[in-house]
Design a protein around this ligand. Structure first.
Ligand code: 5GP
Ligand code: MN
Length: 345
């Protein structure tokens, strides 16, 4: 890890530490933050986990969730800014560009000259923002890197069930329950170590995945039958979810999680997208997934103001329609597939 000795010196006395996940944090982002927060508290530090936005209800069980300050809740905005201005260290977990934390990024920008940043992440396309870095795009999850950070810090004996549950939840979700190729033997060994600490892994799977309401299950049926289109010539499929769809099924943050993967489960489909029309200021958000060599991180970066991993990425179109987003997707597929063909030739 880059500059680790200097970081250990900084952490040798109690500090005020801000810990940030990306916008709309998932289990990896939030679990990593809470695990690191619980760990640093055990070493005598004061920690503040500030989320740039709300997040799915199915993450509320994560140990330490009660301490999370959600920036977009009106009464938290001033408090969050104050905490960031007073921090001795700012930890950016599961993202590596300040644009990923929206408005909070502007506040962090105000203090970057005086406050060191610790970045722990596995996404492609890192900006040069951090003095301290544990960055590995091969890592299955940021939560895996949190485990490795604790190991480097000789702190494995401080991992209790609460910390272990957070790390496990992050690794489990980012590997698709240990299914994606990013799952290394190291990932599985860490999961085994966490299990040996005494956590109930089956319970964690249930808490994260078996949480449907009847409406959400009906929405899944509707999306699969009415909202999924395939483009066989590009081995692609995509969902479009409009504002009306969201209202009809009372879709909440997290309710479309995992939907995009259904398109990929069809034989022969290698690229999948989900386009979601959000509130006006938020435009169209999209999730991209692929199997094999096709890099949706590249597609997200080139066409959709986003980024991510080779096989899982996301982005947005600020001013645009669902139809417009689909057109860009088709153009991107055409151009990228042609490029891949000509590289092969
Ligand atoms: P999801 O589709 O689950 O929201 O995101 C898939 C992956 O892409 C996640 O690792 C997520 O952090 C990343 N990602 C999603 N949206 C964006 C974005 O707008 N910019 C970047 N750089 N990464 C994103
Ligand atoms: Mn992650």
């Amino acid at each position: 890890m880059h500059n680790f000795k200097k970081l250990q010196e900084l952490l040798s006395s109690p500090k005020k530490i801000v810990i940030l996940p990306h916008h709309k944090p998932d289990a990896d982002a939030l679990g990593s933050c809470l695990a690191l927060s619980l760990y640093l508290k055990k070493s005598g530090h004061s920690t503040y986990v500030i989320s740039p936005s709300d997040y799915p209800k199915f993450l509320f069980w994560l140990p330490g969730n009660d301490e999370v300050i959600v920036y977009t809740n009106d009464d938290n905005k001033e408090k969050a800014a104050e905490i960031i201005h007073e921090a001795d260290l700012i930890c950016c977990l599961d993202f590596s560009s300040l644009s990923r934390i929206e408005k909070l990024g502007e506040i962090v920008q105000e203090v970057v000259d005086k406050t060191p940043i610790l970045l722990i992440d596995h996404h492609r396309g890192k900006d040069d923002i951090a003095e301290f870095e544990l960055y590995d795009i091969e890592a299955a999850a940021t939560a895996q890197l949190i485990y490795e950070f604790i190991e480097l810090d000789n702190g494995l004996d401080k991992i209790d069930e609460q910390i272990a549950e957070n790390i496990y939840a992050g690794i489990m979700t980012d590997t698709g329950s240990f299914k994606y190729p990013s799952t290394s033997s190291r990932t599985l060994r860490i999961a085994a170590e966490l299990k040996d600490i005494g956590i109930d892994t089956s319970r964690i799977h249930n808490l994260v995945y078996d949480n449907n309401t009847e409406t959400r299950l009906r929405f899944l049926g509707y999306a699969l039958s009415q909202k999924l289109t395939f483009i066989p010539e590009y081995q692609a499929g995509y969902f479009t979810i409009s504002k009306e769809d969201r209202n009809q099924f009372n879709i909440q943050t997290g309710d479309t999680e995992g939907l995009v993967n259904y398109a990929l489960s069809v034989e022969g489909i290698e690229v999948a997208a989900l386009f979601k029309e959000n509130d006006d200021s938020d435009g169209i958000r999209l999730s991209l997934r692929s199997i094999g060599d096709f890099s949706v991180a590249d597609m997200a970066a080139r066409y959709f103001n986003g980024g991510g991993h080779k096989n899982a990425a996301g982005g947005r179109i600020i001013d645009g329609t669902l139809e417009g987003a689909v057109q860009i997707f088709k153009k991107a597929l055409k151009e990228m597939k042609q490029e891949a063909e000509s590289e092969k030739a």
